[in-house]
Design a binder for this molecule. Sequence first.
Ligand code: EPU
Length: 421
Amino acid sequence: MAKYEINGGKPLNGTITISGAKNAAVAILPAALLVHGVCRIENVPNISDTCIMLGILKQMGAQIEYPEPGVVEIDCSSVQCSEPDGDLVKKMRASYYLMGALLGRFGKAHVALPGGCNFASRPIDQHIKGFLALGAEVDETEDYVALTPGEEGLRGQRICLDMASVGATINIMLAATLIPGQTVIENAAKEPHIVDLANFLNTMGARVSGAGTDTMKIRGVNCLHGGTYAIIPDQIEAGTYMAAVTAVGGNVLVQNVIPKHMECITNKLQEMGAKIINYDDSIRIIRSGRLRQTTVKTRPYPGFPTDMQAQVCVCMSLAGGISRLTESVYETRFFGYCTELESMGAKISINGKTATVSGVEKLRGATVCAHDLRAGAALVIAGLAAEGTTYVEHIHFIERGYEDLVEKLTSLGADIRRLDN
Ligand code: EPU
């Protein structure tokens, strides 16, 4: 199995460009099912999750062209299928967005339950609650979810989510765009990719308002038309490189970012001792002296993202003093990487939702295993910072979400190679 070999201890210097946001792309690509005409989507990251989603759409009958790198043209006008291939669907988590998109397009859907990163129990009861409220009948088994229109058909409704779920907000938005009436989502998620999907849909003729606030409104329209849309830069990819510079040291200009999306991350890295300069669409990060301890609690946006928990834990492992890291979105997320980090010399003790991290002077190279995407990215950062050689195994998880990771890090002076077996 492929792995990364990293010879650590080399500071990171230079410029990198952030790719389009994974979590926006995996929502916007299936949203093309709602559009009659060609969607030209720019800034699409070339990662395995987007390749799988495009493969699913193609298998369903979408016409897909790749006119230039990072650009995809999708025409779903002739798609007739409401049951995507189960084996493909199981390869990724966000394939559950096909439920909302197909319900919106055909009034029915038969979608296998998704696979992907299983760092915690990841129920979809809030998605189902939304579909039921919109008037769908739901047949849910261990293997699939089948949606059909209920007796009174599909109609906009007011839905109050029990928690601000990113996935449920997106699925309800997709389902509601083409059905009659107005849908209101209360306690909606506010992550940047929610706003990005709403902007995509509105560009194609939808009437979505309030994205980025607790209350979203979707006024159903008869059809969406083709158009051009560019996906936002990836907040978590940018945060991952910034955490890498913080842990390893160096001076890097991170290009193609929206600094406002990065505030919750930059504040913490600054507290730890990194120097950060914001420009219009780039951020310079510089770190030289020893890092300081800090306290982080993950929260939904605009709080510190759970998807940066593991990366900041590596920075804490190298900081002077004792740091505290509390996870409030997915309680079991620590288990994906803390034992691996400990094998590299980190000192972490976990008590329920909180990890207490006692900083050490150095990490040392080891053979470690990525158990999920962000845990894997954290182990790469640890390897870059460590003394000696680190091998990171199970890198297919990392390749779900980081475009050209090896090339980008190499361009900054890192010594990292992908070994095929
Ligand atoms: N939840 C429920 N029921 C639901 C939905 C969610 O109990 O029906 C719970 C979850 O168990 C969790 C919390 O609500 O405790 C939040 O889950 P959410 O639905 O917001 O997460 P998600 O949509 O499954 C997305 C991202 C994740 C990211 C989370 C939180 C995508 C494709 N995935 O997941 O990204 O961790 O939001 O921000 O957008 C990643 O990129 O590595 C990743 C895992």
